[in-house]
Design a protein around this ligand. Sequence first.
Ligand code: SF4
Length: 486
Amino acid sequence: MLVGKSYVIRTYGCQMNEHDSERISGLLEADGMWRVDDEAQADVIVLNTCCIRENADNKLYGALGNLKALKQANPDLQIAVGGCLAQKDRDLIRERAAHVDVVFGTHNVDRAGELLSHAADHGPIVEILEATSRADGEAFPSALPTRREVDHAGWVTVQIGCDNTCAFCIVPAVRGPEISRPFGELVAEVEDLARDGVSEITLLGQNVNSYGRDLALAKRAEPGADDHHWCGHRWLEDRRARPLFADLLRATGAVEGVNRVRFTSPHPKDMRSETFEAMADVPEVCEHLHFPLQSGSDRVLAAMHRGYTAERYLEKLREARAAIPDLAVSTDVIVGFPSETEDDFERTLEVAAEAEFDSAFTFVFSPREGTEAAQMEADFVDHSVAVERYERLRVVIERSSRASNESRIGLTEEVVVEGPSKKDPAVLTGRTRRNTLVHFLSPTPLRAGTYALVEVESAGMNHMSGRLVDVTLPARRRMRIPVTAL
Ligand code: SF4
């Protein structure tokens, strides 16, 4: 019985994991549990893990080591480990940390509560399922109750898994093959969120712009399936072979109450002109594109199995910028991928300089167990060389980031308030449509989710500062608690 018990959830990794944590929280609360912030007060501690980020294993096993004393002091405490690292490490988690009660993976998030109850009655349990072991409806955790962290913004998972084979990435192994959610179901979820006060939607997937590739096949395999369920009425109107991601952007933007639509992450090789056209046509879609480059060397891109060349990447970027006025572009770059030479790296510097990114997540390569790149040990780049290259890349990225932010000085930007600044609670923080952080003062407190106009007065590399000009839309109040029993 979970009713009346308290829980803490700690999330590692990406937005996908944060969204999974919202669902785990929603499920536990639908079972009658309540959330606390302090592990020492909790009856259940859930660690939702990630194996993509560097040192993920060390971080998890370090955290579990720290929890051992709590478990010894309170044997009734239950510790659960879920997410990608659990999917990958399986029994190893309990071998290394025997005080863990429940291990669950990425394909049975919906069973977190049941597994905790089972463990309370029968002892520790490890349950890891394969992506293919469940029917489509079960595999999508999106139908689960959700406890959103932020009232005004909501994530919507458009697909799970990934069909690509990037040599450095563990995602296909732990999240399984790509499965798109039915179009009609997604639009219905956005409508529900909008009714619940959400005005900013972020569409999530590992490769969002290949969305729908598998839906036509699924529909053909199940000809009797309800068309509205698979397709939704908007897509049915023009009856193309399959819905595109662009259709989803248009349908999401058309939902009443939705003011901003974002998405992450697209793959450059699958980026279609239709997506750029939809971004340009639909006013709700924000002028921000996350466009992961990874490397500027064609040789390294081929070794990574990325499926594009540097020139093709730049061509698509030019197309995006020509189609979408005022577009901000962010990227991911890995420095020191196995066998990267100085010449390869200089290509990356050149492409980064030409692309003039507004921001970038840059990483020094580190092998992830289970990936192809981890097997390339003989070609590993000396760490000090990779770090030195990383620093040179940082200078190039910082130059374009700063220039981009400084070019906004004097402009008035629409900002959605996120809350008080972490450094100074008297200062408010919000995000522009181009996804830049803005700090500003307001004579009156403004709730998170308020839309305001802010004139930019100064800019740094990662943020801008300005003065409040006007409040255009007060934050909407939520009408109900967003946790629904199944
Ligand atoms: S596209 Fe590549 S990097 Fe992205 S999730 Fe798939 S395999 Fe990983």
